[in-house]
Design a protein around this ligand. Structure first.
Ligand code: SAM
Length: 276
C-alpha cells in the first residue's frame, strides 16, 4: 500500500501527519456521530450477521457508534495514523468492530455478498468511482446500500466565508482549487449507472461548530495542500497571510470564539436483487 493510491493529490502521509489533530480541526463531535450512525441503521435495517463496511473510516468517530449497533462492522482506511488515533472500534459493540489498513482503490478485504451497507463519510470524492461501483456490487448482499455522508457549512458562517476567501486568494495566484462536490456526485452517477436507485438524502445531524479564525488558519498552515491541491510553502504562506489580514477587517479579534451552523447529510443509493 502506498500513499500514491489515494486520489486527488491527497497522500496517506497527509492524513498520517494530521491524524492527531484531525478530530479537533475537522471532527463531527460524538453526539453528531451517534446520530449519523443511528440514521444509517434506520435506512439500512441490517439482517442478522450482515456487515456494515466503512471506507476511509479515519479516526473512527462514526465507526465506533456503527460497531455498537451493526451486526458486524469493518472500517477500512489507508492511513495507519488515522486508524491509530485510538477511538477506533476494534473491540467495541456486541459483535466487535474491526479496522484494517488498506487502499480502497484496490480490492477490499471482504468476501462476496456479505455487506448490507457500504458507507463513505467525507471521502468519496477521493476514491475511484468506477471501482467503488464494482466493489459495492461484489461485496453487497441481495439488498445493499451505498451511502455517502458529507458536512455542509452555513454559507454565511465564518468557516465558509474564510474558506471562500482562501480559495479566491489561491485563484489570484493562478492555483485552481479542486471542486470536491462534482467528484462526489460522479460516484453517485457511477452507482446509479450500475443499477442503484438514488434515495432522498437525509439530514442526519445539525450542530453549531465553535472555534476561531486563528484555529482554522492555523490548521491550514499545517497542511501540505490548500483547497484540495498541493501548493508550495511560499504560496501557502502568502495566501494565508492575506486571509488573516482580511479576517481581521471582517471579524476583528481572530482569537475570538465564533459559531458556524453545520449540517451532515447522507446520500443513499439502494441496490436490490430481491423482489420488492
Ligand atoms: C477527510 S477524512 C474522513 C474521515 C472520516 N470518514 C470522517 O468523516 O471523519 C478521509 C479519510 O479517508 C482516508 N482515505 C483517503 N483516501 C483513501 C483510500 N484511497 N483508501 C483508503 N482510505 C482513504 C484518509 O486516510 C482519511 O482517514
Amino acid at each position: 500500500m502506498t500513499g500514491a493510491g489515494m486520489g486527488s493529490g491527497h497522500t496517506r502521509r497527509d492524513f498520517d501527519d494530521r491524524a492527531d489533530r484531525f478530530d479537533r480541526d475537522a471532527g463531527l463531535g460524538d453526539d453528531s456521530a451517534g446520530r449519523i450512525a443511528a440514521a444509517i441503521m434506520e435506512l439500512v435495517q441490517p439482517q442478522v450477521g450482515e456487515m456494515v463496511l466503512e471506507l476511509g473510516a479515519g479516526t473512527g468517530e462514526i465507526g465506533r457508534h456503527l460497531s455498537e449497533v451493526a451486526p458486524r462492522y469493518l472500517g477500512l482506511d489507508a492511513s495507519v495514523g488515522m486508524l491509530a488515533v485510538g477511538r477506533n472500534p476494534v473491540a467495541a459493540g456486541p459483535a466487535g468492530g474491526r479496522v484494517v489498513a488498506c487502499d480502497c482503490d484496490g480490492r477490499w478485504p471482504v468476501g462476496d455478498g456479505v455487506a448490507c451497507c457500504v458507507f463513505a463519510s467525507r471521502v468519496a470524492q477521493l476514491l475511484d468511482a468506477e471501482h467503488i461501483a464494482r466493489e459495492v456490487r461484489r461485496v453487497g448482499a441481495r439488498v445493499v446500500w451505498w451511502i455517502t455522508g458529507r458536512a455542509r457549512r452555513d454559507p454565511w458562517g465564518y468557516r465558509e466565508l474564510l474558506r471562500g476567501r482562501m480559495r479566491e486568494a489561491l485563484r489570484e495566484r493562478g492555483v485552481e482549487p479542486r471542486m470536491s462536490r462534482g467528484a462526489d456526485s460522479s460516484v453517485g452517477a457511477a452507482l446509479t449507472a450500475a443499477g442503484g436507485v438514488a434515495v432522498e438524502p437525509v439530514d442526519a445531524a445539525v450542530w453549531m461548530h465553535r472555534g476561531s479564525v486563528s484555529e482554522m488558519v492555523g490548521a491550514w498552515r499545517d497542511k501540505r495542500e490548500l483547497g484540495g491541491v498541493g501548493v508550495d510553502r511560499a504560496t501557502r504562506d502568502a495566501v494565508l497571510d492575506e486571509v488573516e489580514r482580511w479576517a481581521v477587517e471582517r471579524f476583528g479579534d481572530t482569537r475570538a470564539t465564533l459559531e458556524s451552523r453545520e449540517v451532515y447529510t447522507l446520500s443513499p443509493v439502494r441496490f436490490s436483487d430481491a423482489p420488492g
